[in-house]
Design a protein around this ligand. Structure first.
Ligand code: AMP
Length: 412
């Protein structure tokens, strides 16, 4: 499936390719044709699946310009509102749509001024939108498309009364799109009361392709992670290595450290503009920067074939993130390697990850690396001492033996 066959017009396609998207994600392939037809759609999809573009692209295609507010996106947080607005802005550079983002906690006047100048699309948090409406700064009586994004969170955060009030300000006849990571009974109730004959599109989180991914752990003390990474990359086993850090600050710092040590790399995270992210991805895709340092926020959008190695410089916060991260390698039938640097303070999350995987990850040491004293990661793992390299510390190399070093089944 390609974007061209989904029914999007040339201007939007232009925007899509400038954003660096080559193929639609599953939620995009499924949702876009229905939305273009004008059908109400319920999308069950988490952040990271490409859901924003899945509604923004067809919504813009159906939204006329210069006729007042015709499309409204309601979302629970300022963060999300800004992210959605960024996608809208990127794409509408070619379509001429004008958009405004409104959320609380900042001055009203700039938002009022922006709305008064005329916009086609409004992205809003509920409370501020109602506030602006009561001040007659925004007219919602012409809205043709409504998007309720992250409906489950909106309910959790107690925004439903506000959202219901907003619904009362909209014309009866309109297209409704609702996205939610989960389909709780509360969300279902909203769907039933708000949407008309909706089509449900759903993407399940990617299944673990563990079979094709060689996974292993490299116990190391926190302060040696960068040196270990450099040593690892110097072995040049990788064609493209995707390196994950816990925070955007750490991503930037690591990328700089790598540059100083002569390793060409790019960094990509939520703090970067769409343009910067796109350039980093391009450099990675083309092979100019064979190392890409990333955070989880953007991981799910990284759709590059031939990532030979995923390196967890920092362990992720959740098992789901681990699965998503390692799923960036071994694409399109290829095999891949996922290695995780494990510092003592990351053992708790490792335990959770292994529970989800249903297997224990094998420990490895990098040959020839001068290890500083390490804390005992786990007695059963076999890497017991904190000795320096070459001092006869016990090793497990099960990761490379038999069966291409897959995560071994947990015994018993
Ligand atoms: P979302 O689920 O909307 O938060 O999107 C997650 C990430 O995926 C964002 O960084 C998007 O820029 C990226 N993304 C969305 N659609 C695509 C696509 N078709 N190809 C590559 N990346 C995408």
């Amino acid at each position: 499936m390609s974007f061209t066959t989904l029914g999007l017009g040339p201007r939007l396609l232009n925007g899509v390719s400038q954003m660096g998207y080559t193929d639609p994600t599953p939620i995009q392939s499924e949702a876009i044709p229905h939305i273009l037809e004008g059908t109400d759609v319920v999308g069950v999809a988490q952040t990271g699946t490409g859901k924003t573009a899945a509604f923004v692209l067809p919504m813009l295609q159906r939204t006329p310009t210069r006729q007042g507010v015709r499309a409204l996106v309601v979302t629970p947080t300022r963060e999300l509102a800004l992210q959605i607005h960024e996608v809208v802005r990127d794409v509408s550079r070619h379509t001429g749509h004008r958009s405004a983002v409104v959320y609380g906690g900042v001055g009203l006047q700039p938002q009022i001024d922006k709305l008064r100048r005329g916009v086609d699309v409004v992205i809003a948090c509920p409370g501020r939108l109602l506030d602006l409406h009561s001040r007659r700064a925004v007219d919602l009586s012409g809205v043709e498309t409504l998007v309720l994004d992250e409906a489950d969170r909106m309910l959790d955060m107690g925004f439903w009364p506000d959202v219901r009030r907003i619904l009362g300000l909209l014309p009866e006849r309109r297209q409704n799109l609702l996205f939610s990571a989960t389909m709780s009974p509360e969300v279902l109730k909203v769907v039933e009361s708000t949407l008309h004959d909706p089509v449900r599109v759903e993407v399940s989180p990617p299944t673990t392709p563990v079979d094709r991914i060689e996974q292993s752990l490299y116990p190391v003390c926190r302060t040696q992670k960068t040196d270990l990474l450099v040593k690892f990359l110097e072995r040049r086993e990788h064609t493209r290595a995707l390196v994950f850090t816990r925070t955007k600050h750490r991503a930037d710092r690591l990328s700089k450290q790598l540059e100083r040590k002569g390793v060409a790399s790019a960094a990509i995270h939520g703090g970067r503009t769409q343009g910067q992210r796109q350039r980093a991805l391009e450099a990675f895709r083309s092979g100019r920067s064979p190392v890409l340092v990333a955070t989880d926020v953007v991981a799910r959008g990284i759709d590059v074939d031939e990532v030979t190695h995923v390196i967890n410089y920092d362990m992720p916060n959740t098992p789901e993130d681990y699965v998503h991260r390692i799923g960036r390698t071994a694409r399109a039938g290829a095999s891949g390697t996922a290695i995780s640097f494990l510092a003592a303070e990351e053992i708790a999350i490792l335990t959770e990850i292994e529970k989800v995987l249903g297997s224990t990850l094998a420990c490895e040491d990098l040959e020839g690396f001068q290890y500083a004293p390490r804390e005992v990661p786990s007695a059963e793992r076999g890497v017991k001492t904190a000795a320096a390299a070459g001092s006869g510390r016990p090793r497990t190399r099960t990761g490379r033996r038999g069966g291409k070093g897959r995560a071994g089944r947990r015994a018993g």
